[in-house]
Design a protein around this ligand. Structure first.
Ligand code: EPZ
Length: 421
């Protein structure tokens, strides 16, 4: 198992290229199942989650080629098993997003029910409620859920919460239903909008993506397309915090600033300078950080996927900050590891009270999930001495060769292969 070692203290300076978005790539890979021919995506990030999704698609009968430019040919799915097996779903919950396109195009899908996850229970009841409303029969047995329908029919669906995966899964199924579907309390994330753009290019009729009401008029067929994936707002936000906490100056090339307003607002509140420049977002760290209070919310609120990273900034600020996590019930797993490095954080339920001006000193820490591992990298960048992060396979799920890219802008960071876990 790999580990990452960081010697802290460097001010990061220079340009960093923001790559394609993981949380757009995964549902888009699934959307290719809806096409009557091959679909090609460009700017695809080289991540283990994208690889896992490719494996799942091949298991369904797709031909998959390439990586940065990825071509998915779904014509073999017609005669395939239409099943997402336990071994893949347990590795990556986003595997359940094949259900909507399989149901929409082939009228059947069998998917292993995802178990719990490090950050929360994460049920898929809203996905299934949506499919049922479209007329699908749902059957659960032996840890799998089967959804079946001769032809889906349009319906009005009101989600109990603005679920990203639920909105994407049901939107894909409804794009080939008979009649019109209206999704209410739909998720407004940029990755939902990106999926609607791709489905529209394939021939779907979708209006309102980005708002909480999405209308989908079903069509009989969708075509394969060619599409460049949007840059990753969470990766860009993570690098922006790296500039802010190291007193650095980074130009984040292709950073999707228009999708990052809540994060940029908090960075400016903390005293960082954020400038939209030709080619990207420039972030300059202040001499001293100011405290911030934040509550995670669905988009356009503050993203839960930036909570752990922003907590590192709060631990370094002059004064007390309060962070409230409202999306996932168990997303403070990084707190004990930050405290091992020297932070002063008290958690009570979904509220973390952070006393600032932490003096981090390097140590061995354990990554527990994707964004928690990113926050440990950030803490390592400012810690005195050596920080060793273990279980970095979590990091590789969402950040492509982060150590090489940070080294280019001055970080003293290395990866070691085959380290003890
Ligand atoms: C997506 O997960 C992202 N994953 C997550 O990013 C992100 O944290 C999350 O949206 C929220 O922004 C991908 O895009 C692959 P949800 P998703 O359905 O779709 C509850 C990362 O770090 N809920 O919006 O699974 C659920 O338990 C990952 O990149 C139900 O109760 O999130 C959660 O509390 C982590 N029933 C809340 O809603 C349902 O049927 C939001 O979940 C569906 C969701």
């Amino acid at each position: 198992m790999d580990k990452i070692v960081i010697h802290g203290g460097a001010r990061l300076k220079g340009e960093l290229q923001v790559l394609g978005a993981k949380n757009a790539a995964l549902p888009l890979q699934c959307a290719a199942l809806l096409g009557d021919g091959p679909t090609t995506y460009r700017h695809v990030p080289r991540l283990s989650d994208v690889q896992t999704m490719n494996e799942l698609l091949v298991g369904l009968g797709c031909a998959v080629e390439g990586d940065r430019t990825l071509t998915i040919d779904p014509t073999g799915v017609q005669d395939g098993p239409k099943e997402a097996p336990y071994e893949l779903v347990k590795t990556m919950r986003a595997s359940v997003t094949v259900m909507g396109p399989l149901l929409g195009r082939h009228g059947f899908a069998r998917v292993s029910l995802p178990g719990g996850c490090a950050i929360g229970a994460r049920p898929i009841d809203q996905h299934l409620r949506g499919f049922e409303a479209l007329g699908a029969k749902i059957r659960m047995s032996h840890g799998y859920v089967e959804v079946k329908a001769k032809r889906l029919k349009g319906a009005r669906i009101n989600f109990d919460m603005a679920t990203v995966g639920g909105t994407q899964n049901v939107m894909m199924a409804a794009s080939m239903a008979k009649g019109t579907t209206v999704l209410e309390n739909a998720a407004r994330e940029p990755e939902v909008q990106e999926l609607a753009v791709v489905l529209g290019k394939m021939g779907a009729k979708i209006a309102g993506a980005g708002s909480s009401t999405i209308e989908i008029e079903g069509v009989d067929n969708l075509q394969g397309i060619d599409h460049a994936i949007l840059p990753d707002r969470i990766e860009a936000g993570t690098f922006a915090i790296a500039a802010a906490i190291t007193g650095g100056d980074l130009l984040l090339l292709d950073a999707p600033s228009s999708h990052m307003h809540a994060v940029i607002a908090k960075l400016e509140e903390a005293g960082a300078e954020c400038r939209v420049e030709p080619g990207g977002l420039r972030v300059i760290g202040p001499d001293e950080l100011a405290p911030i209070d934040l509550v995670t919310r669905p988009h356009p609120g503050f993203p839960t996927d930036m909570q752990a990273q922003m907590m590192v900034l709060a631990t370094l600020a002059r004064g007390q900050s309060v962070i409230t996590e409202t999306i996932f019930e168990n997303r403070f797993m990084h707190v004990p590891e930050l405290c091992r490095l020297g932070a002063d954080i008290h958690v009570n339920g979904n509220v973390a009270v952070i006393r600032g001006k932490a003096r981090y000193t390097g140590s061995i820490v354990m990554a527990t999930d994707l964004r928690a591992s990113a926050c440990l990298v950030l803490a390592g960048l400012v810690a005195e001495g050596k920080t060793e992060i273990r279980r970095v396979y979590h990091l590789d799920r969402g950040y492509e060769t982060i150590e090489k890219r940070l080294r280019k802008v001055g970080a003293k960071i290395r990866r070691y292969h085959g380290a003890p876990s």
